[in-house]
Design a protein around this ligand. Structure first.
Ligand SMILES: Cc1ncc(COP(=O)(O)O)c(C=O)c1O
Length: 443
């Protein structure tokens, strides 16, 4: 199957929706004027009858594919029984079952407890309170380039683009940001692909230096990290960085808080991104792919980190019946239909084909990522690595005209995060369109 584009995008029906949306909805982060009507698997149909190959999955959400029949059936069945009952105040089996299933799916042979939220940022907010409450400490370490959300607490950690924070001070104080060991572009000018060990050493030395100059380690509650930096540009650190960081944290009684909002639920070719590094993080923040499109998030923490008093934290919608039913069905599909393995194998194939595109187009400086969390970084010049956001944005819009749904990330990258059911043939369709889109955007 190939995309079918019959009208300019937006077509006449989409244009009307875009106009009404602009008038009715607050300014957010709109990227492309694609107005969806329906979707299945990796294919999206818009309101003008155009079909697109979706390389965004609702920003890394519909991991098992749009409207997977088993997830649809579970949600319909739950809707017939009950929508909502307030799982923080009362009891029902679907919520307990999902919490048990989530805890069992996470790496680590220890007891975990779960708190359900409604989004990624809310999972981060809850995790901040868990870390503060459990340790009695108030300070945190976060990474430059990180994205953890846009609310006042999570924004304290977010450090990928100034627009996310401009004019909103004060956000939560107490986060010391340290440089991330980005192999492609880092403050030390190290080629981290050639010399990952040196990059790891430099990044850890920086933190040790901070402990000796400006931040008492015994004040630090947790280190906040993304297994693969997402919004900041799909950056994979050297493989030994996180294990060494975890040992450093343990030496000082500091918790490791893994933000798996984007890397979770099979996205990177393993159920959770931290599994690539053998990590078993104390606190794990989740959302996006957790329920395949039902608004939901969760935090799972070591059982001993649980709140010790009622009312320290709660919410209204967390553990909503519909979202839990969708989450259980999503986990069933991920664990029985081979989609995590598909993300690993088709992801490796996709990355190889993207690397071949980079051999052809000088404007691609780097191809990176794990599983089906991939990106191409566009540059003005390969030697200086100067970002070329115009080319990246051009690829997104030229791709759209030819039937791809795409999103940028970082300063000048385009990300590829399709539903995990994408096939090698569909990757070939994407590559052919990207080839054309890159040629036009960089001309
Ligand atoms: C790693 C990470 N954490 C947190 C968030 C925030 O999630 P949400 O938009 O659901 O609040 C995102 C969203 O992109 C994310 O990628």
């Amino acid at each position: 199957m190939k995309p079918t584009i019959n009208t300019p995008v937006p077509g006449p029906n989409a244009a009307k929706i875009v106009e009404r949306d602009t008038a009715a909805l607050m300014t957010s982060t709109k990227t492309s004027p694609i107005a969806a009507k329906s979707a299945r698997g990796v294919w999206v149909e818009d309101v003008d009858g155009n079909t697109f190959l979706d390389l965004t999955a609702g920003i890394g959400v519909v991991n098992v594919g749009h409207s997977h029949p088993k997830v649809v059936a579970a949600v319909k069945d739950q809707a017939d029984k009950m929508f909502h009952f307030a799982g923080t105040d009362f009891y029902y089996d679907v919520q307990v079952s999902f919490a048990e299933r989530l805890a069992a799916a996470l790496p680590g042979n220890f007891d975990r407890k779960v708190f359900f939220t409604n989004s990624g940022t809310e999972s981060n907010e809850a995790a901040i309170k868990i870390a503060k409450h459990a340790t009695g400490r108030q300070q945190f370490i976060g990474f430059i380039g990180a994205f953890h959300g846009r609310t006042i607490g999570s924004m304290g950690f977010t450090a990928s683009k100034p627009t996310q924070k401009k004019g909103f001070f004060p956000w939560m104080p107490g986060v010391t940001h340290v440089p991330f060991p980005n192999p492609y572009r880092n403050v030390w000018g190290i080629d981290g692909y050639e010399d990952p060990a040196e990059l790891t050493t430099k990044a850890l030395d920086y933190i040790e230096g901070a402990f000796q100059t400006m931040l008492a380690p015994e004040d630090v509650a947790a280190i906040w990290f993304e297994p693969v930096q997402g919004e900041g540009g799909y950056v994979v650190p050297p493989m030994d960085f996180y294990p060494k960081l975890a040992r450093l944290a343990a030496d000082h009684g500091i918790l490791m808080a893994a933000d798996e909002v984007q890397t979770g639920f099979g996205r990177t070719g393993k159920m959770f991104g931290q599994e690539h590094y053998g990590l078993e993080s104390d606190i794990v923040m989740m959302a996006k792919g957790i329920a395949n499109g039902m608004p939901m998030g969760a935090v799972a923490a070591r059982a001993e980190l649980d709140f010790t008093r009622m009312g320290a934290h709660s919410n209204t919608y967390g553990g909503n019946l519909m979202a839990c039913a969708s989450g259980i069905a999503t986990l069933d599909v991920l664990q029985t239909e081979g989609l995590v393995d598909n993300a690993a194998t088709v992801g490796a194939y996709f990355k190889r084909r993207l690397t071949e595109l980079a051999d052809k187009h000088d404007c691609i400086g780097d191809v990176r990522g794990l599983g089906l969390m991939l990106a191409s970084d566009f540059v003005k010049d390969r030697r200086s690595k100067e970002p070329a956001p115009k080319i990246a944005n051009g690829v997104v819009s030229e791709g759209m005209k030819r039937g791809l749904v795409l999103l940028p990330c970082g300063k000048s990258a385009v990300r590829y995060i399709p539903p995990l059911c994408i096939t090698q043939e569909e990757v070939e369709v994407a590559i052919a369109i990207l080839d054309e889109a890159i040629a036009v955007a960089s001309a």
